[in-house]
Structures are given as C-alpha cells and as structure tokens.
Design a protein. Sequence first.
Length: 363
Amino acid sequence: MRKFFLTTTLIPALVIMLGSCGPNNSSKESASQPAASKPTSLTSISGSQGPLTPQSTLEISVSINGDSVQLDSAVIFFESVRLASSQATSLSAPLALLPLGKQTLTAKLFLNNGGTEQHALPLTLLAETPPEKFDFRKLETYTHDPDAYTQGLLYHGGFLYESTGTRGESTLRKVDILTGKVLQQTPLDSRYFGEGLAFWDNSLIQLTWTSNIGFVYDIESFAQKRTFNYPTEGWGLASTDTELVMSDGTEYLYFLDPVTLAETRRIQVYNHQEKILYLNELEVVGGLIYANVYQTDVIVMIDPASGAVVGDVSLEGIFNKQGYSRRLDVLNGIAWDEKGKRLFVTGKWWPKLYQIELFKIQS
C-alpha cells in the first residue's frame, strides 16, 4: 500500500476567527423579568487555514478580550486526543493524527480567574500529493446484456456476478464471461432498486438504493439467507480481506463487519485539492479501492486506510457510442480476477464488457 510523505511543513497564511461555544438559551423571557444578557466571551482564537495535510502544523493564536483576565493555559484536542498545550497564547498543533476531510479541533482555554472557555476550530485536510495518472488499453471485448443496468459487479470462481438496478427490473445474476449468457438469476421485489454487490464466505451481499435494506444470498442457490439495514443510501459494495466497504454517493466510504454487517469505521475520500463526491461501484484491486465516479468516465484508486486518492484513470472512449441507438447510461461496474490478474469494466445498459490493462502515464 502506497504512503506519501512531505519533507517540509506548510503553514498557510489565511486566518479565520472563531467564537466560543457558549450556552444557547432559546426560551422566551418573562414579561416581568428583564432579559438576561448573553455571556460575553473573554477570549477568541484564530488558526492558520488553507491547504492543510496530515503533514502540516496548525499555528493557533489565543486573544484575550479586555484586561479582566489572563490566559493560564490552553489545550488543543482532536476528539479525546491532546494535540498541543501551552501557557503561552501561541500554540503549534501537529495534524498527523487527523484523518482526511472535514474535522474539528477543540481549544480549551483555562483562565487565571478559574474560568474556562471552549472554542471549535474546523478545518479540512487534503491528501498530501496529487494522484498518479493512468491510461488503459483494451485486451478483450465480451458480450454484455444490454438490458442489464449494472450496479454491482464481481468476479468469483470463473464467473461474473452482477447486481442490476431500476425498480421492476432489478436482479441478482450469474453470468458466463465468454458469452455474456445469464446462467442464473433471481429478481428483486419491484419495491427495490438493486445496487452494489460483494462476496463473503460463500455468500453474495446486495445493497438497495434508497430502501435502507440489503440482502444476503447463498452463492450456489441464490436463496436469501438474511437481510440487514443501514442508515444511508446504498451505492457500491466490495470486500477486502477483512471487511466490506460501502459507498453512498457522497465522499464517504463505510467499512462493515462482514459477519454482523455493522459499520466499524468510515473515511472521507480526498485528493490533493478537493473531496471526491459520487463514489459509486467499488472493487478492491491490489489493496486499493477502485471506485467509479458517477456520471463520469473516471475510476479513482483510494487508500483504504487514509481515504487519499493515490491514482486515477479516465476510460473516456472505451465504448464507441456513435451509431448505437438503444438506451445507454454511464460507465459503472468493476470486477477483479485476483488469480488471473484480470480487470473487467462495463456500464449501465452497455452491450459490451471489457478486459482492460492499466498503465502509468509517464510525467
């Protein structure tokens, strides 16, 4: 798994000011009682902002409003972890322990009058380096069912397994790669819109889009073994060696215990400039999570530990749509044959499935 490090620390100059977190009394005042004045914050805090990464150090300044008190000490926390403390009004907080994405630090200020004040300091951490760029070449072209609205795709035991979507047409199916023939199929109830698909322990696990329910099937008979629930939309699903990973169309990826199917952790997916939204169908390839970015021809390669996008590839032009008159939608569907080191891709209602090879673009 690739890791990236910067040899220098960047402390950007853009500064934001934040107010303290005080009590919020929203009840109406009695007509016979004078309105209580809001407590006045005795302190304010500012922090260097801009392009921050886990290798950055955040410079924080504390200001005392007036002459009635002085700062005794300041402590900076991320969740329950202490990042920095000082008796001075300037602190340096290393960000190495923070995950990527939108995070919030807490500054707890202790005053010499025995009081304390607390401030929130929101920030966004980006990936440290730009993703590596890849291109592709087509190795093989196979027939794919043009009526399959592909939402989930995986390779297992010499066959493709596919989850198809749209209400009233959603299915779970087993497909012969060479011919595209559907060898086995079970429909979903018309209430459900089929989504991502993963394999675990002789079972197939299928998501639905907005119904907050997933299904677990026996891989041989397609008999439904159980259901499970999740609070988000269901988009993509894949399996690592130890857990399942799920997308919901946002920048988040959710990791699930493969037995209980309960969430165990989550990450935010960012490159060196921004969050990556619309993460869709997923596959695990060589320890990285490959994700289709919905409504694009791009596949991003994600470090499952940090959420950093470490590579990406555009498959623009892989399917020549000129002259094709049937219904057609976007690229979606990635399957990886670990033993044969074969990578397959297709799209929603695409008549073709492609085996491709990726290669790094030389800068």
